[in-house]
Write a protein that binds this ligand. Structure first.
Ligand SMILES: Nc1ncnc2c1ncn2[C@@H]1O[C@H](COP(=O)(O)OP(=O)(O)O)[C@@H](O)[C@H]1O
Ligand SMILES: [Mg+2]
Length: 586
């Protein structure tokens, strides 16, 4: 999918984002956020609210000037009316700002929730090759802080821009009507504002990108560190890990201080320019008032409008930095959302005749992106209900074969057939539905055992869960846990032993009643006794299914009725004498 160039997006078509892999031009913000009519209506309401505030705000200096003017000239009657109008304006502003803030929070919360749901759904449907290429922390950063920045930018910053412009333009128009000659002073300071924003903006641009990167790295590091706590302890790496993390967050601190200083300088700078302009006005206006060409009211109003003008001008200058930040977030988000997801096809298992589980690898060649070939012409036929063991050295490509069978990746050459059908044409869900995979690491999540087993099949009943647990020989140890099936097992099943984890992984695979079952070194965690018991039990559970065993364990080999090896990227049948040797050692 290519990303359309977008005149509508906030970056105004500027292509240069100094960023790693996100050099693609971002999608328009409105497309990213999927702003529908309802959203637009809400955004419009916000624009109306902020604009209404700004209109009322424009009345205030006029009235305040008038009030002061009448005080100076001592017209008691006019005073009352002016105070009344002014009070009403202040109440209106207070109410409007409550409404605006309330609506803004709702809007940005809603946008954030929608964006979160959307990106979560998208990311987990992206192919394995994508996940290989992107760091997890990087993705976490996009899925959390980046989209938060973006939704806030739209719902809080962007919607207020029309009102700010209105305030600025309105103030200037009124100033012109009060005294065109004095008002002409204002355009003369515009270049100064422009210059200030320009200088500041250039510095902010690079900082925004660097801050995002450091933020993402900090998230990545904490995520990683939490995952490898036991290794950190075992190898005494606490200090080194801390150092790594510290460097990143301190760098982030430095960047934020630099950014903060620029913003901190911006406001006083703009105030200063405005104050000098006001002084200039006073200088010139003094004569006008004393000459009677200008009333005191007009002068006061004029000054108040000048003060009012500095606010939107200041925030418009801030906008520049905010746009830089949003632009970075947008680019990253676009890059992720532009990635095509896997098409899993319709879930149609019920309409299919029961799968038999025959598998054929036909001249399969495969290399991971940017790596040397792993498989170079794999040919392998596995009959339905056959049990085959695949041996091979570490890194020979056994898991790669399984990954191809599951279609986590596709081969560059050749094809894989399941029940006679090319696996690329049968639909991912139809393919994956008939395979029960017990992977090397069990991939459990922090929930109950029941929930972890039920993960194997959508809508699994209690009976199915219990049956699967029994078949996987998990009932005994489950019974010994404090809450049985309802015991929560910790992150990745942290609170279970390796063998227990694998039994749950097997129960999870069995619950979908797959025609094909694969153990990818999944018995490696058992002790010998445990393995034998496991194998005994498996004989029942595996009955009638095609079984692929990726293993080195002799006991598991006893399960197989055929043994092949994967060497130099190809499959070789074990000769009879070699086979006898393997079986004897079993
Ligand atoms: N996601 C990946 N990206 C790139 N290379 C990989 C990936 N996974 C594994 N490899 C490499 O592919 C080769 C085969 O790995 P694998 O199939 O896991 O071996 P094994 O036979 O031990 O299961 C190894 O050299 C490994 O380094
Ligand atoms: Mg492997």
């Amino acid at each position: 999918m290519s990303i359309a160039r977008c005149p509508a997006c906030i970056c105004g078509g500027l292509p240069n984002l100094q960023d790693r892999d996100d050099s693609t031009h971002p999608m328009p913000i409105f497309r990213i956020l999927r702003l529908n009519r309802q959203h637009m209506a809400r955004l419009l309401l916000l624009v109306i609210l902020t604009t209404a505030s700004s209109v009322v705000l424009l009345v205030v200096p006029w009235m305040a000037g008038h009030l002061l003017g009448t005080m100076v000239t001592g017209q008691e009657g006019a005073l009352k009316g002016a105070v009344g109008v002014l009070a009403a304006c202040l109440v209106a502003i207070a109410m409007l700002s409550f409404l605006t803030a309330d609506r803004m929070v709702r809007m940005s919360a809603a946008l954030l929730a929608e964006l979160r749901e959307r990106i979560f759904d998208h990311v987990q449907r992206l192919p394995m090759a994508f996940h290989d290429s992107r760091g997890k922390g990087d993705m976490l950063a996009v899925m959390t802080i980046e989209i938060a920045k973006l939704s806030e930018f739209v719902a809080v910053t962007l919607v207020a821009v029309p009102a700010r412009l209105l305030t600025a333009i309105g103030a200037m128009i009124v100033m012109f009507t009060i005294d065109a000659r004095l008002a002409l002073l204002i355009p003369t300071i515009v270049p100064l504002f422009y210059l200030a924003t320009k200088i500041v903006g250039r510095r902010l641009q690079g900082l925004a990108v660097q801050i995002q990167q450091a933020d993402a790295r900090a998230i990545a590091l904490s995520d990683e560190a939490l995952q490898i706590v036991p290794a950190t302890k075992a190898f005494g790496q606490e200090a080194a890990q801390y150092d790594r993390y510290r460097q990143t967050v301190r760098k982030l601190e430095g960047l934020m201080v630099r950014q903060g200083r620029i913003y901190a300088a911006l406001d006083p700078l703009i105030s200063l320019i405005a104050a000098f302009a006001a002084l200039a006005v006073l200088w010139f206006a003094g004569h006008d008032v004393s000459d009677g060409r200008m009333t005191a009211s007009e002068l006061f109003s004029f000054m108040f409008y000048a003060a009012l003008l500095t606010r939107p001008v200041g925030s418009l200058a801030h906008l520049y930095g905010q746009i830089q930040t949003a632009r970075g977030a947008l680019a990253r988000l676009s890059a992720v959302l532009a990635e095509p997801t896997e098409d899993v096809g319709a879930a149609q298992a019920s309409r299919r005749p029961r799968a038999h589980g025959a598998i054929e690898f036909r001249n399969v060649h495969f290399a991971y992106a940017g790596r040397d070939p792993v498989l170079t012409g794999v040919d392998l036929r596995v009959g339905a209900a056959e049990r085959i063991a695949i041996l091979g050295a570490n890194g020979a490509g056994k898991t790669a074969m399984i990954n191809l069978l599951m279609r986590y990746y596709d081969p560059q050459v050749g094809a894989i057939f399941v029940d006679g059908e090319d696996s690329r044409t049968m639909g991912l869900s139809a393919l994956r539905d008939r395979i029960g995979l017990v992977p090397q690491s069990a991939l459990l999540f922090n929930a109950t055992i029941r929930e972890n087993i039920a993960f194997g099949a959508v809508g699994a009943s209690q009976q199915m869960i219990d049956d699967a647990a029994r078949l996987a020989q998990a009932l005994d140890f489950v019974a010994s846990l404090p809450y049985g099936m309802d015991t929560v097992i910790g992150d990745c099943g942290l609170r279970l032993s390796g063998g227990q984890r694998q039994r749950i992984a097997l129960a999870r695979a069995l619950i979908k009643d797959p025609a094909i079952i694969i153990f990818d070194e999944a018995t490696s965690m058992f002790d010998d006794e445990g393995e034998e018991a496991f194998i005994d039990a498996c004989n029942d559970a595996l009955h009638g299914r095609t079984v692929i065993l990726v293993t080195h364990r002799p006991a598991t080999l006893a399960l197989a009725n055929r043994i092949v090896t994967l060497e130099d990227g190809r499959i070789r049948e074990l000769r009879a004498d070699e086979r006898r040797l393997q079986k004897v050692s079993a």
